[in-house]
Write a protein that binds this ligand. Structure first.
Ligand SMILES: [Zn+2]
Length: 654
C-alpha cells in the first residue's frame, strides 16, 4: 500500500510568530515572439496539383521571417495592393493574423481565392528577400525614389520602405518590375486553347501564383536596389545579367523545397542532368502559352521536330550570336547551373559508389529512399552554396557597365576572400562551366583563379615603396571609417540605416574632395577625377573647381570565412560622368569604381574600376548604343520602354 508522502516541514524563517505569509503575485512569463510564420503555398505553380505524378508535392510550406503584419499583407518590406484595373475592383485584403488563418498556417492554396493569391505573393517575395539578406549579412533596400520638384529631388520621399505588389495588375501574359512605381505588377490570362498543351484549354493562368515569376520579379527589384545602374544598357550583357540573375535566384530556391527535391531526385535516379522540374522555370506559364515546355529551362528544351525534351549542349560560340536579353541571359544561367551540377556530382560521387558496390553505376530500378534522401541533402547543400556565391559576388561587381566576364571575376574574388581553401573545388567548377559557354573576362591572360581575382592595388610608381599603403591607411583612419561602420551595425530599422548611410556618404564625399593629397592617390587608384586640379575637360566641375562625382553607395559586410576568421569589409562606390564627342555627337559615359576596404587591417584590398578615358570601353559603349538605334526591334524596346526597361523586355518573357 502506498503511504501518503509526508509534507516536509516548512522552514520557519519567513513568518515568525505565525504571521500570515505575504502573498506573492504571480508574474506570467511573456511568450517569446515567433521567429517564423508558416504559410502554405504552391511549390512551383498550380499546374503540379493537376498531374497525378506531382500532385503530392505540389504544395509546400513557406517559412518566412516573423514580422507584425497589417491586412494586405503589409509588412516592413512589402505591401500587397490588390487592385484589379481590368475589372475596376479591389479585392478584400487578407488578414494573416486572423487566429483561424494563423492556426492553419495560412489559407489553403486555391486558384479561385484572391486572398490566397495575396498570401502567395507575400510568401514568395519575403522568402526571396530573406535569402538575399542571409547571404549578404545585411538588410536589403529598394532603390531610391527620385521625385523632382523645382529642379530638386524631394528628399522626404526618397527612401522607399515598401515595394508594392499588385497580384492582379494586368490582363495579359506578363509580369514586371517597375522602378517608377516601386512595384511588381502581375498579370493573368486565359491559357492556350491547344488541347495538346497539357493544360486545361483556355483555363485562367495567374502569374502571381507562380513561385518562379514572383521570385524572378522580386529579384529584379532587389538587384535594382543594390546596383541601380544595372538597368542601363551600355553593353549586351547588362540587361541580360538582370534577367539571368533573376532566373538564378528563382531556380536555386527550388532546392529549398524538400518534398519536391526528394521527389525529383527519386524520379531522375539522382541524375539532375536529365529533364527535371528543378531546372525549369515557370512551367505553367510556358505550357499555357502553347510552347510545350517551361518558359525557360537551364539544361534543355522541348524540340518541336523530335517532339520531345532534349538536353542543350554548351556551345562556346552561342554568346556571340545571341543578343536578345533573355536568350543571352539564359547562357549565363546555364553556365551557373552547370557549375552547380558538377559540384553536386562531385559531392555525391562517394554515395553512388557506396550504393553500387564501388562501381558508381547504379543498378536498374528505383533508388533506396535513404539514398534519395542523402542525395537530396547534397543537392540542397550544393545549391545553397552556389546561390550564396552568386549573391555575394554582387558586392564585387563594378557599379556600371557590367559584363558576364566581370561577373565571373566578382564570383571568384568574393569566394577567394571567404573560402581560401575551396576544398570541394567550387571555383574550378564555375571557371570550367563559364569557359564551356564562351564567357571570359576581356582583360585576363589565363583563366586561373589568380588572374581572375580582381587586381589588388599596386604601388604608385611616383611614391616611395610602401608610402601609398601608409597614406591610404591614414586616409581610412582620418575618415573614421571603422567608427561609422560600427554605428551602422547597431541600428535596427531600415530607415535609420538608410539615413545614417547617406550621412556617411556625404561626409566621405567631403573628405575625399577636401583632402587633395589623399584624393590624388584615390584618383590614381580609381581612375576617376576627384581632386581640385587636373580635372579633364569631359568631366563637369563645381564652381570651386572640384570635379563632380558622387559617393553612390557604402555597404558593410561582416562574414565568417571558411577558416573560422571573420572578414570585416566595407565597399565604397564612387561614380562620375564623362562627356565625349564621337563623330560630331556628344555622349555621356558613366564611370565608376568600387573600393573594397578591409576594416581590420585598414587597407584597400581591391579597386574594381571602370575609370575615365578608357577609350576602348567608350568606343564599345557608343557602338553598342548606335547599333541599338539602328536595329528596329531593339530600338522599339528601348525607346518605348526607356523608363521601364523590363516592361518591354517582358512582353515576350517574364
Ligand atoms: Zn525579368
Amino acid at each position: 500500500m502506498l503511504q501518503p508522502r509526508r509534507r516536509p516541514a516548512a522552514p520557519n524563517r519567513i513568518s515568525p510568530g505565525n504571521a500570515p505569509l505575504p502573498k506573492i503575485a504571480h508574474i506570467p512569463s511573456e511568450p517569446s515572439s515567433p521567429t517564423h510564420r508558416l504559410l502554405r503555398g504552391y511549390a512551383f505553380d498550380p499546374s503540379l496539383a493537376t498531374r497525378l505524378e506531382t500532385a503530392l508535392v505540389s504544395e509546400i510550406m513557406y517559412k518566412v521571417p516573423w514580422e507584425p503584419l497589417e491586412r494586405g499583407p503589409i509588412g516592413e518590406y512589402v505591401e500587397v495592393v490588390d487592385y484589379d484595373p481590368p475589372s475596376a475592383c479591389f479585392y478584400a485584403p487578407v488578414d494573416l493574423n486572423d487566429a483561424r488563418v494563423l492556426a492553419q498556417n495560412g489559407l489553403a492554396p486555391s486558384e479561385g481565392n484572391p486572398q490566397f493569391h495575396q498570401q502567395m505573393v507575400y510568401a514568395v517575395a519575403m522568402t526571396t528577400i530573406d535569402r538575399f539578406e542571409r547571404a549578404l549579412g545585411r538588410k536589403a533596400f529598394w532603390t531610391d525614389r527620385y521625385k523632382w520638384k523645382d529642379n530638386k529631388v524631394e528628399e522626404a520621399e526618397r527612401f522607399v520602405q515598401r515595394l508594392r505588389i499588385y497580384p492582379h495588375a494586368l490582363r495579359m501574359a506578363n509580369a514586371y518590375y517597375t522602378r517608377d512605381k516601386g512595384a511588381l505588377l502581375f498579370g493573368y490570362f486565359p491559357g492556350t486553347e491547344d488541347r495538346t498543351s497539357g493544360q486545361f484549354p483556355g483555363g485562367m493562368v495567374f502569374t502571381c501564383l507562380s513561385h518562379d515569376v514572383v521570385a524572378h520579379e522580386t529579384t529584379h527589384a532587389l538587384l535594382d536596389g543594390f546596383h541601380e545602374h544595372f538597368m542601363e544598357a551600355t553593353n549586351p550583357d547588362v540587361l541580360a545579367f538582370h534577367e539571368a540573375f533573376a532566373d538564378i535566384v528563382a531556380l536555386f530556391q527550388h532546392f529549398t523545397f524538400p518534398e519536391v527535391l526528394v521527389h525529383q531526385i527519386g524520379r531522375t535516379r539522382g541524375d539532375l542532368r536529365s529533364e527535371n522540374l528543378l531546372a525549369q522555370l515557370a512551367s505553367q506559364f510556358g505550357h499555357a502559352r502553347g510552347t510545350h515546355g517551361a518558359l525557360r529551362d537551364a539544361i534543355g528544351k522541348y524540340d518541336h521536330i523530335l517532339g520531345k525534351w532534349v538536353r542543350h549542349e554548351p556551345d562556346p560560340t552561342e554568346l556571340d550570336r545571341t543578343m536578345e536579353v533573355h536568350g543571352r541571359g539564359a547562357i549565363l544561367v546555364a553556365a551557373v547551373f552547370d557549375a552547380f551540377l558538377s559540384i553536386y556530382h562531385n559531392r555525391s560521387r562517394d554515395l553512388l559508389r557506396l550504393a553500387s558496390g564501388g562501381t558508381g553505376v547504379l543498378p536498374q530500378g528505383e533508388l533506396h529512399p535513404d539514398l534519395v534522401n542523402r542525395l537530396a541533402q547534397e543537392a540542397a547543400k550544393s545549391a545553397g552554396h552556389v546561390l550564396n556565391m552568386c549573391l555575394r559576388a554582387l558586392d564585387y561587381c563594378p557599379p556600371v557597365d557590367l559584363t558576364f566576364g566581370e561577373y565571373l571575376r566578382a564570383l571568384i574574388t568574393a569566394d577567394l576572400d571567404l573560402m581560401p581553401e575551396d576544398e570541394h573545388r567550387y571555383r574550378v567548377a564555375f571557371i570550367e562551366a563559364f569557359r564551356r559557354r564562351g564567357i571570359y573576362p576581356r582583360d585576363v591572360r589565363t583563366l586561373s583563379e589568380d588572374s581572375l581575382r580582381w587586381a589588388r592595388p599596386g604601388e604608385d610608381p611616383t611614391l616611395e615603396p610602401g608610402e601609398m599603403v601608409d597614406r591610404l591607411r591614414l586616409f581610412i583612419e582620418s575618415i573614421d571609417l571603422r567608427h561609422h561602420v560600427d554605428k551602422l551595425r547597431y541600428l535596427t530599422t531600415r530607415r535609420e540605416i538608410w539615413e545614417a548611410t547617406r550621412a556617411i556618404r556625404a561626409q566621405l564625399h567631403d573628405a575625399i574632395s577636401g583632402q587633395v593629397v589623399k584624393a590624388e592617390i584615390l584618383q590614381w587608384l580609381t581612375g576617376l577625377a576627384l581632386a581640385e586640379y587636373q580635372a579633364p575637360p569631359g568631366v563637369k566641375q563645381h564652381r570651386d573647381g572640384v570635379p563632380v562625382f558622387s559617393v553612390q553607395a557604402l555597404r558593410e559586410a561582416r562574414r565568417g570565412r571558411g577558416d573560422a576568421r571573420v572578414l570585416n569589409q566595407v565597399f565604397i562606390t564612387l561614380l562620375q560622368k564623362e562627356t565625349v564627342e564621337h563623330e560630331g555627337q556628344r555622349h555621356t559615359i558613366r564611370c565608376g569604381s568600387v573600393i573594397v576596404v578591409d576594416l581590420d587591417e585598414q587597407r584597400v584590398t581591391y579597386v574594381i574600376r571602370k575609370g575615365l578615358h578608357d577609350q576602348e570601353r567608350i568606343s564599345r559603349t557608343i557602338e553598342f548604343k548606335e547599333s541599338q538605334v539602328s536595329s528596329f526591334s531593339l530600338a522599339a524596346t528601348y525607346l518605348i520602354g526607356s523608363d521601364e526597361p523590363f516592361a518591354a523586355l517582358h512582353s515576350t518573357g517574364a
